[in-house]
Design a protein around this ligand. Structure first.
Ligand code: G16
Ligand code: MG
Length: 222
C-alpha cells in the first residue's frame, strides 16, 4: 500500500449533521419545505450544487429558479454551514482517526484528502489535521464528482502513485463506487449492506487501523 485516500465528511469528522441543518434551514426559508431525515444520508458525498438540485426535485420546484438564483441559494446554505464548521476543534475528530494517522505516518505512507467539499481546507485546519496530509485535492478542479472516479484518481496522482497502489476510505455509497471506478481498493465505514461494494467494511472509524487497510489491499491483490 503506497498511499491512503481519505474522504473527509463522515471519516475524519461528522459534518453530515451540519450540512443537513444548513440545507434544512435553506429549504424551509426559501422553498417552504421540511426535509425528511433521510436526506442527511442521501446528500453524503454529493456536491453542493447537486445536493441543491436533489432538494429542489423533492420540493418539485426545479423549473422555477434561474441558474443565478440557484447559485445564490447554494451560497446562502454555505454561509449557514461555515458558521457551524467554524466551531470545530480537535475534539470533533472521529474516534480512531488520530491513531490511524499516526500508524500511517510511522510507516511513511502518505495520506491525501479526496473530499467533495470545498470547505475541506478550513475543516482540516480547525481539526488541527492539516499537516497530516500530503495533499488536499481541490474538488473544483476535477471534472466529475463522486461516484465518478476523478477525485480519487487525482488524489493518487497527487502523491505520485497509481490508484491501484492506494486504499480509499469512505462512508458513502457514491464514494465507494468512485474508489472502485478509479481502480483503488475500497474500505467502507458503516452499514455492510449499503457499502457491500467495498473490499472490507468496518462498523465505525474506531475500527480503522493500518492492519485493516493493509488486509484490504492484500485481499484485492489475490
Ligand atoms: C461532502 C459532503 C456532502 C457535501 C459535499 C460538498 O463530501 O458529504 O454532503 O454536499 O461535501 O461540500 P461543500 O458544500 O462544503 O463544498 P465528502 O466527499 O467529504 O463526504
Ligand atoms: Mg463522506
Amino acid at each position: 500500500m503506497q498511499g491512503v485516500l481519505f474522504d473527509l465528511d463522515g471519516i475524519l469528522t461528522d459534518t453530515a449533521k451540519f450540512h443537513f441543518a444548513a440545507w434544512s434551514r435553506l429549504a424551509q426559508e426559501k422553498l417552504g419545505v421540511t426535509l425528511p431525515a433521510e436526506f442527511e444520508s442521501r446528500l453524503k458525498g454529493v456536491s453542493r450544487v447537486d445536493s441543491l438540485v436533489r432538494i429542489m426535485d423533492y420540493a418539485q420546484v426545479t423549473d422555477q429558479y434561474t441558474p443565478e438564483q440557484i447559485e445564490q441559494m447554494a451560497n446562502e446554505k454555505n454561509g449557514y454551514y461555515v458558521q457551524a464548521i467554524e466551531k470545530l476543534t480537535q475534539a470533533d475528530i472521529l474516534p480512531g482517526i488520530p491513531a490511524l494517522l499516526a500508524e500511517l505516518a510511522a510507516r511513511k505512507i502518505p495520506c491525501v484528502i479526496a473530499s467533495a467539499s470545498k470547505n475541506a481546507p478550513l475543516i482540516l485546519k480547525n481539526l488541527g489535521l492539516t499537516s497530516e496530509f500530503a495533499a488536499i485535492v481541490d474538488p473544483a478542479k476535477v471534472a466529475h464528482g463522486k461516484p465518478a472516479p476523478d477525485i480519487f484518481s487525482a488524489a493518487a496522482q497527487a502523491i505520485g502513485a497509481s490508484p491501484a497502489e492506494c486504499v480509499g476510505v469512505e462512508d458513502a455509497v457514491a464514494g465507494i463506487t468512485a474508489i472502485n471506478a478509479a481502480g483503488a481498493v475500497a474500505v467502507g465505514v458503516g452499514d455492510p449492506q449499503e457499502l457491500a461494494a467495498a473490499e472490507i467494511i468496518v462498523p465505525t472509524t474506531a475500527d480503522l487501523t493500518y492492519a485493516v487497510l493493509e488486509q484490504a489491499y492484500q485481499a484485492r491483490a489475490k
